[in-house]
Every structure is written in C-alpha cells, then in structure tokens.
Design a protein around this ligand. Structure first.
Ligand code: SAM
Length: 317
C-alpha cells in the first residue's frame, strides 16, 4: 500500500520553466506528451498555452503522481490522460498505435517529492529503507543491488554513473560489511561510504555519499537505458514540425541527448571517407537552438536544484 501524497504549494518547482514554454511553443489544438509528469508543473504551464483546445498525455512510472494529475485535470480543464509506466515503453506503444503528437517533454531524474520523502530512500541525508525505485512496484531496488552485485560491478557503477574517485575502495568496504550483515538502510550505507573514503577527501566536494547515491539511483532505475530507448520513440511519435524537449541534470544524460540530435541532424550514416552517400538517410531533426539552454543566475538563486539543468530542443523536419 503506497502512502497517500496530497499536492501542496511547495511540491516541485519546474526548472527552466520559461525556457521550456518559449522553446516548445505549444499552440491551441496541439497534443502534448509530458513523459515525466511528476507534480505537473511543466504540464500546467504548457497546457495553459492550449487555451482549452488540445490534449495532454501524461506519463510517470511513479503511481504516487495520481493526485497531482487529478489536480492538473481539475485546474486546467484540458483533455488529459495519465499512463503509469516507463516512458520509453509508453512512447513506443503510443507510436505503434498510430498516435501522433506535437510536443514531447522529458524532465529527467527524480522529483523533489521523491527526494524529500524519506521512505523512498533516495536521500543520503536521512536514514530510510534502502530503496530508490521511482516505481515502488519495480522488482529491483537499491537493496538488491547493494547486497547482491559483485565488487567489480559495484565499483564500475560508482565510477561510471557517479564519477566517484574512490569507487574501488567503497565497493570493497560494502562487500566486506555485507558479508557480516546485509544492508537494509541508507544510514548504514552512508556510514560505510564515509569510512571507505580517505579522511581528507571526506570534506569538500559535497556530501561524501552524494556520488554513490546518484550512481545507485541511475542503475536501479535504468535511467540511461530508458533515455536511449525513449529518444527514437519520441521522434517516431512526433508529427513533422513537432518539438522534443529534454531537460537533463548530468553530463551522462546530456551527452546521450546531444549525440542523438547530432545523428538525426546529420541523417547520412555512411563512413566519413565515403566519397558519396550510399545510405540515403535524410536528416530527421534540427537542434533548435543549437546549444543546450542553461538556467539563469536568478533561477539558480531561487532554486539551487536547477544548477546543473540543461535543456535541449529538437524540431522534427
Ligand atoms: C524531475 S521530475 C518531473 C517534474 C515535472 N516536470 C514537474 O514539473 O512537476 C521527474 C519525474 O519523472 C518520472 N520519471 C523519471 N524517469 C522516468 C521514466 N523512465 N519513465 C517514467 N517516468 C519517469 C519520475 O518518477 C518523476 O516523477
């Protein structure tokens, strides 16, 4: 049974809000997919531009967004439906059912509600069950990962997804501790991480467990895999002239989006030393604008969580 979550005024502040609306530019009559509905902050802003004429398809893998969706529907009055599921799967299903839309938005990562709710286990700042699943019904949580992955696999996850300098030392300390007693709580994991990091490195560079927690969360939720699968599905779903917007929060995600847009802009997949194109692939997207959009200093001052956000937008040609 999931705890009930009721919307409040301070749920989640949508990042790059003006930039999302300006660059995705919704118009009356259009259909919008918000693949990461959360508290519906972006969805509400985008839907207000539909002026009551258009549709919004919301997706989230976290079923606790349902009350936020009900509030969204009540307050905006637009035609809307909510799909509970992983966005790449839902986008693929919509596309193969022949649905076509004008805008797809993905605002990646976890929401403030997920981070701030101790029982979800995303935060290193409070002791909680070791979980980190965005979908509490998913079979694989941080508890299984931390207690079952071998030392090398753990070190690789910490290095790859967290850019953790002490990945090997932390993985070794985890395996040693769990041979005595399995990990159940985030607090135990934080303690082991702190002890595994050399004392001078424990201070500075933020909380010592920050990078490991990010890495575990990315792996548990297959965040990069979901993004890789979602981008081509979103492209298929868009009508010509349709806009795709992706907000990412770290370089691993941003790189995937940037490379996807570059590939789709280029079209041709022939090796660079071919004198003429033999593949015949045409460009299918244009990055609009060319560079990632970053939050203003004023937004970062208001909402420090926006600091690392990057918005990339592509238009289907
Ligand atoms: C950063 S929040 C979005 C906040 C939202 N834009 C707003 O303004 O309220 C990300 C949301 O997307 C969901 N999410 C992240 N990855 C997902 C995926 N692969 N499939 C479905 N939902 C996902 C999370 O559960 C979370 O609710």
């Amino acid at each position: 049974m999931l705890p009930s979550v009721l919307p409040t005024e301070t749920d989640h502040v949508p990042v790059l809000a003006d930039e999302v609306v300006a660059n995705l530019d919704p118009r009356p009559g259009e259909t919008i997919v918000d693949g990461t509905f959360g508290a519906g902050g972006h969805a509400t802003l985008l839907a207000s531009r539909l002026r009551g004429d258009g549709k919004l398809i919301a997706i989230d893998r976290d079923p606790t967004v349902a009350p936020f969706f009900e509030r969204f529907r009540r307050e905006t009055g637009v035609k809307a439906r909510l799909h509970h599921g992983e966005f790449s799967t839902v986008l693929q299903q919509l596309a193969s059912n022949g649905v076509r839309v004008d805008i797809v938005l993905l605002d990646l990562g976890v929401s403030s509600m997920q981070l701030d709710r101790p029982d979800r286990g995303f935060s290193y700042a409070v002791d909680a069950p070791l979980d980190m699943r965005m979908d509490p019904g998913a079979p694989y949580s941080a508890r299984e990962l931390v207690n079952e992955a071998d030392e090398r696999e753990l070190a690789d996850i910490f290095r790859r997804y967290g850019e953790e300098r002490f990945a090997r030392q932390i993985a070794r300390a985890i395996v040693k501790r769990r041979s005595r007693e399995p990990f159940e709580r985030t607090g135990d994991l934080v303690e082991v991480i702190k002890q595994a990091i050399p004392a001078p490195a424990r201070f500075g560079e933020g909380h010592p467990a920050k990078r490991v927690f990010q890495a575990l969360r990315i792996d548990v939720n297959d965040e990069l895999g979901a993004l890789e699968r979602a981008l081509p599905a979103a492209l298929e779903l868009l009508r010509p002239g349709g806009r795709l917007g992706v907000i990412s929060f770290h370089s691993l995600e941003d790189r995937i989006v940037k490379q996807f847009l570059r590939r789709e802009e280029q079209g041709c997949t022939c090796p660079p030393d071919f004198p003429v194109c033999v593949c015949g692939s045409e460009p299918s997207m244009r990055a609009t604008p060319r560079r990632a959009i970053r939050p203003s200093a004023a937004e970062i001052a208001r909402n420090p969580r926006a600091q690392s956000a990057r918005l990339r937008v592509g238009t289907k040609v």
